[in-house]
Write a protein that binds this ligand. Structure first.
Ligand code: UDP
Length: 326
């Protein structure tokens, strides 16, 4: 039986991963400080005999070391997440994402646990040249803009992990999640899909930032977790970086219209200038499309859940939470 440690296991992607690991028979320990995650995300598995939850920080070296010592595999998902959250908490974001990851990697190296490191498509910065493969250039703006510091910190996490692999033979696999969506994702930290769904269910205006012609590619969380689960078992993936996503693009305006249709909402769309939506100097990327060739070659898997199906699952969940009629 594999003993897994999932940092950030009470978060959005983390909690779905925990469920999948329990289903495959792993013993799972979760370390989460419940800052953006919550215990309710683990409601469905809270009583599972193979799950234990520790509320604490990845900056607590003694705690991380104790939990890592008992693990064969560490899924490191704990991080500051969400553009809005990162902009509001720049210092905490940097400390968590830089020092926290170093603490986790050092313990894993000490106890010879394998590591899967969760990174993000944000590391590509404003490179919007089309389908981005894992070796594409990273284009970051000024250090005065927190978004790029977040991208730099996550990039440094990757560099650290690769250095531990190169110098200490710590087996690491790095994944870059592109825009991942699904039940339990909160709109509080800026993410567009849960925000639009809640706005639509409340019949409030959907807030499309800028001209709405920027595009994103959305991946359903169950697909992203399946890719992670398979990569973690794949020896050949060690020391590599993988995009996790799919390449179907949609403009944010079209996304808003689709959410209104699928919810049957009376909401309208309002266009909010970036200057009103974000702090001064904010920069957005016009496109962000993954090239997932490497993922497909490695594990013979590609995310396949369509956007409508993903939105339907999210709408279903939010309706139940908000108590709005079906
Ligand atoms: N966005 C929007 N309205 C919102 C929240 C976000 O139009 O209420 C836009 C945002 O400016 C960006 C896109 O939706 O262009 C995706 O934003 P999100 O924060 O979900 O992800 P990321 O920017 O990291 O891709």
């Amino acid at each position: 039986m594999t003993r897994a440690l999932v940092t950030g296991g009470a978060g959005f992607i983390g909690s779905h991963l925990v469920e999948a690991l329990l289903r495959q028979g792993d013993r799972v320990t979760v370390l989460d400080n419940l800052s953006t995650g919550s215990e309710s995300n683990l409601r469905a598995v809270r009583a599972h005999p193979a799950l234990s939850l520790h509320v604490g920080s990845i900056l607590d070296e003694a705690l991380v070391d104790r939990l890592t010592r008992e693990a064969d595999m560490v899924y490191h998902l704990a991080a500051a997440v969400g553009v809005q959250w990162v902009l509001q908490h720049p210092l905490e974001s940097l400390r968590t994402n830089v020092r926290g990851t170093e603490v986790v990697l050092a313990s894993a190296a000490r106890w010879r646990a394998r590591v899967l490191l969760a990174s993000t498509s944000e590391v590509y910065g404003k490179n919007d040249a089309g389908a981005l493969d894992e070796d594409a250039d990273r284009v970051l703006g000024s250090t005065r803009l927190s978004r790029w510091n977040y991208a730099a910190a996550k990039g440094l996490d990757e560099s650290l992990a690769l250095a531990y692999w190169a110098e200490q033979r710590l087996p690491v696999v790095i994944v870059r999640f592109f825009n991942t969506i699904g039940p339990r994702q909160s709109g509080r930290y800026g993410m567009v899909v849960p925000r639009f769904v809640e706005q639509a269910l409340r019949n409030e205006p959907l807030t499309v930032y800028g001209d709405g012609q920027q595009t994103r590619c959305f991946t359903y969380v169950a697909d992203a977790v399946e890719a992670v689960r398979r990569l973690a078992q794949c020896q050949a993936a060690v020391g590599e970086v993988f995009n996790i996503g799919q390449a179907r693009e949609i403009t944010i305006e079209a996304l808003a219209r689709r959410v209104i249709e699928l919810t049957g909402s009376r909401s309208e769309i309002v266009f909010v200038p970036y200057e009103q939506a974000y702090p001064a100097g904010f920069e957005d990327m016009r496109r962000r499309v993954p090239d997932c060739t490497r993922l497909r070659r490695m594990i013979d898997f590609a995310p396949s859940t369509g956007l409508d199906e993903a939105l339907a699952a999210i709408i279903h969940e939010r309706r139940a939470l908000l108590g709005t009629p079906h």
